[in-house]
Design a protein around this ligand. Structure first.
Ligand code: NAI
Ligand code: MG
Length: 496
């Protein structure tokens, strides 16, 4: 175990500089594979939050506001290229901090370059509208889309930089300034990324990062009167607390709160492809993914054979060191999450679900934060394991009879983030797609997301959309301007 005091220290990134926390406190961040702390993170509080919001407020009114949208876009492009140059290095930091597979995280980091390029391009394409009016003497009426102001970005540990960028890129394209509060488990990559904004030539204070815990640093950030909007990804519970605090301040929010997505396989599907989709749907990122296909709905006629093949395929998964390119399933990112997943496995057994694969921790690997790919059959959709987000490598298999049955089961859940339908019938695919209460539906694939495509949830999965043109809207206010040429107001006491 390394000496805690000897570990590298990360401060907050405020007004273009790394600064130590006001109270001088740090906490260790761990590598979930080795189980060892590898860096110290500043434990921020209200004083640090106030400094960061002040810097963002000042930048919003200052140099940043003077830049043309095209110039903003140019800076974003420069940042995007820098991020691609640093992708490998930052990917390694992220992998060390949350146990994401090296094979996956490097690709993800490079892709973020494309993500920022897309929003860089949008910066000068936020066009106003001229509105026809019915008022005499009004020459024209037009809209202006103005940045909301200082945006708080609060993120979880599963895909730290991806989920940060989903908010950061559109917020900056819109002309907002930001204060990011990354997850207390995975703050380092966000700080490393923030420094690159300085290198790219962004004015000081446009991007700030305050680290620390949700109640100590996150809550004062959400409550700060100078924060106009909150972009959040994480648990439903924290999302509700943030929404309540935002309501008190009459702030707007974008919330992405996870899901319990149905992956529906009909008997006319290409079953080889559906099998791969079922595996990647639940087991990639060790199931720690908001869009995981955690409920596999199988038509009764193919149920037994499909389960048989699924168990055989999932059984082959190679668990191990996330740094090893051949590893397919890495550790669970945090200790509390590891314990939560194991608790749900116990709940599943107590509820009478049949464990067809896995169901155990693997203390022989790494420091014990490994859980075997787990498949439960005989699951009734009313069971807790079918209703609640587990956020781990645990799949619930639920049989269905026909289209209506599949739709009923899929929608009988309070979440509505995503879903998929596997079938060769176009008519069936479109019919089911229309009836699913989910923000994303995949037909004959699972998991595709892009900077071009809006992503977000129905029902308890959240509010608002990220990615694509829709995302920029979240960070803009609409102003309506009436321009009159009729200077002669005949009777000022009568409304025209
Ligand atoms: P969390 O929702 O508690 O934390 C996410 C972020 O919110 C962190 O940065 C945290 O510090 C901050 N936060 C927490 N409470 C806050 C508050 N009152 N005000 C402001 N900020 C606050 O998530 P956690 O504890 O890391 O994971 C718990 C569960 O959440 C997981 O088991 C999983 O089910 C779900 N989750 C869902 C994710 C998704 O992508 N939708 C991502 C990560 C977790
Ligand atoms: Mg960590």
């Amino acid at each position: 175990m390394p000496l805690i005091e000897a570990l590298p220290k990360y401060g907050h990134y405020i007004n273009g500089a790394m600064i130590p926390p006001a109270l001088g406190d740090y906490f260790p961040t761990e590598n979930p594979y080795s189980g060892e702390p590898w860096a110290l993170i500043a434990r921020g509080g209200k004083v640090d939050v106030n400094a960061a919001v002040a810097a963002a407020t000042c930048a919003f009114a200052g140099e940043w506001a003077k830049l043309t949208p095209s110039r903003r876009g140019k800076l974003l492009r420069r940042f995007a290229d820098l991020l691609i140059d640093h992708a490998q290095r930052i990917a390694e930091i992220e992998r060390r901090d949350n146990g994401k597979l090296a094979a996956e995280v490097v690709t993800q980091m490079r892709y973020l370059g494309d993500y920022f390029h897309y929003f860089a391009g949008l910066a000068d394409k936020i066009e106003s509208r001229v509105i026809p009016t019915d008022k005499q003497g009004v020459l024209f009426c037009y809209t202006r889309y103005e940045p909301k102001g200082v945006v708080a970005i609060i993120t979880p540990w599963n895909s730290p930089l991806t989920l940060t960028s989903w908010k950061l890129a559109p917020a900056l394209a819109a002309g907002c300034t930001v204060v990011i509060k990354p997850s207390e488990y995975t703050s380092a990559s966000t700080l490393e990324m923030a420094v690159l904004f300085g290198e790219a030539g962004f004015p000081k204070g446009v991007v700030n990062v305050v680290t620390g815990f949700g109640d100590e640093a996150g809550a004062p950030l959400v409550e700060h009167p100078d924060v106009a909007h909150i972009g959040f990804t994480g648990s439903e519970l924290a999302g509700q607390k943030i929404y309540q605090a935002a309501a008190r301040g009459l702030k707007t929010v974008t919330l992405e709160l996870g899901g319990k997505s149905a992956n529906i396989v009909f008997d006319d599907a290409d079953l080889d492809q559906a099998l791969k989709g079922a595996v990647s749907g639940i087991f990639s990122a060790s199931g720690q993914s908001c869009q995981a296909g955690s409920r596999l709905l199988l038509q009764s006629s193919i149920h037994d054979e499909f389960v048989h093949r699924l168990v055989a395929l999932a059984r082959q998964a190679k668990l191990g060191d996330p740094a090893d390119i051949s590893t397919q399933i890495g550790p669970i990112a945090t200790r509390p999450q590891f314990e939560k997943v194991l608790r749900y496995i116990q709940i599943a057994k107590a509820e009478g679900a049949v464990c067809a694969l896995g169901g155990k921790a693997r203390p022989d690997l790494g420091q014990g934060q490994f859980i075997e790919p787990t498949i439960f059959t005989g699951v009734d959709n009313r069971m807790r394991i079918a209703q609640e987000e587990i956020f781990g490598p645990v799949l619930c298999v639920i049989p269905f009879e026909d289209e209506d049955d599949a739709i009923r089961i899929a929608n009988d859940n309070r979440y509505g983030l995503a879903g998929a339908v596997w079938t060769r019938s176009l008519q069936r695919a479109l019919m089911v797609t229309e009836k699913l209460k989910a923000g994303t539906v995949w037909v004959n694939n699972y998991r595709a997301t892009s900077f071009t495509a809006p992503f977000g949830g129905y029902k308890h999965s959240g509010i608002g959309r990220e990615s694509g043109m829709d995302a920029v809207r979240e960070y803009l206010e609409t102003k309506c301007v009436w321009v009159s040429t009729d200077l002669d107001v005949a009777n000022p006491f009568i409304r025209r």
